[in-house]
Ligand binder design. Sequence first.
Ligand SMILES: [Zn+2]
Length: 195
Amino acid sequence: LDIPNKLKDAVDQFSKIPGIGNKTALRQCLHLTNWGRTELVNFGAAISALADINRCEDCGVFCDDERCSVCMDHKREKTICVVETINDYMAIENSNQYRGLYHVLGGVLNPLLGIGPDSLSIDKLKERVLRLEVNHLILAVNPSVEGDATCAFLKQVLPASIQIDRIGFGIPIGGSLEYVDSLTISKALENRKKM
Ligand SMILES: [Zn+2]
């Protein structure tokens, strides 16, 4: 099949999106050719704007201002739920089962991939724990060898006076918080274990 360059370029970009293969990308791009110029420009602009998306200075989730609405909410409990990614934060916040603060680590320790403590938001976590006088941490880190090592490391570097719990129950081994339902998340939060 001979595809014109403009269509081919768009299909190439679309098929970079996880879960979108060449066929789907082609179908979506053919659909887009029916859109008007303004709609297409707006579409392109919304995607480009993601390059400048802002992160909360404290917890690291995406937000419009310097700090996110959760960090600015003074009614939140002074507990920090540590997550690997913003996806995990969204999953927990959407479950409506937790009313504390969050901290996005940005991944887990993985020496093979060269991800050490400096690659993660660990210093910031230490700073927040002290500044906000947090005395309870919930590690919502996904169960994996790297996740376990990361939790052990955090326990080591954070003040011993802080209670650290790890969720785990109900989340399948190798599973990801992002893909489980609210009920499973609520069970996982309920069944957390002291480290
Ligand atoms: Zn925040």
